[in-house]
Write a protein that binds this ligand. Structure first.
Ligand code: AR6
Length: 168
């Protein structure tokens, strides 16, 4: 089992040609703002149609769809925790998002997966607390098919936050 390569990138995740991009969705899986809105806009109406058939997703879990008009082959939709101050199980739920997304990526035979910074936008999870959870969860994952995980950051500040955690 080869170790997974972890790297950071500042980009719009909808432009990445990877096997799977992860969406920071809400429990309805029917779209929203932030990265979710950007992914649905770029993927086109077929994605929403496929999401409707999934019937939602609980916090910490994940669901997989096709990428539709995206360059990515798949979209893995996961529902991050809303930040409530840190004592409501947020870290465990956030770690579960990364782990459950990677399990679906493996089941689909993916080699390359890109994550946005789940929960750190609308859901209010502080980046400096979320990035270590994200990196530890991915680094601790025993991968068989996944070879590279990209932490796709939208802002320079987020990129810097991830770089610090990865020791780059
Ligand atoms: N590419 C990469 N990252 C992005 C992009 C993009 N195109 N757009 C935004 N981000 P958020 P959450 C970053 O709010 O906190 C939605 O309405 C953004 O800068 O998208 O998990 C859902 O439907 C931030 O760093 O997700 C839910 O209701 C990160 O993506 C709710 O928001 C996550 O921010 C989920 O909130």
């Amino acid at each position: 089992m080869a170790p997974v390569r972890l790297r950071t990138l500042r980009a719009d995740i909808t432009t990445l040609r990877v096997d799977a991009i992860v969406n920071a969705a809400n429990g309805s899986l029917l779209g929203g703002g932030g990265v979710d809105g950007a992914i649905h806009r770029a993927a086109g109406p077929g994605l929403l149609e496929e999401c409707r058939r999934l019937g939602g997703c609980p916090t910490g879990q994940a669901r997989i769809t096709a990428g539709h008009r995206l360059p990515a082959r798949h979209v893995i939709h996961t529902v991050g925790p809303v930040w409530r101050g840190g004592d409501a199980g947020e870290a465990a739920l956030l770690a579960a998002c990364y782990r459950n997304s990677l399990l679906l990526a493996e089941a689909a035979g993916c080699a390359t997966v890109a994550f946005p910074s789940i929960s750190t936008g609308v859901y209010g999870y502080p980046l400096h607390l979320a990035a270590p959870v994200a990196v530890a969860s991915v680094a601790g994952f025993a991968a068989a098919t996944v070879r590279e995980v990209v932490f796709c950051c939208f802002s320079e500040a987020d990129l810097e936050g991830y770089r610090v955690v990865l020791g780059e």
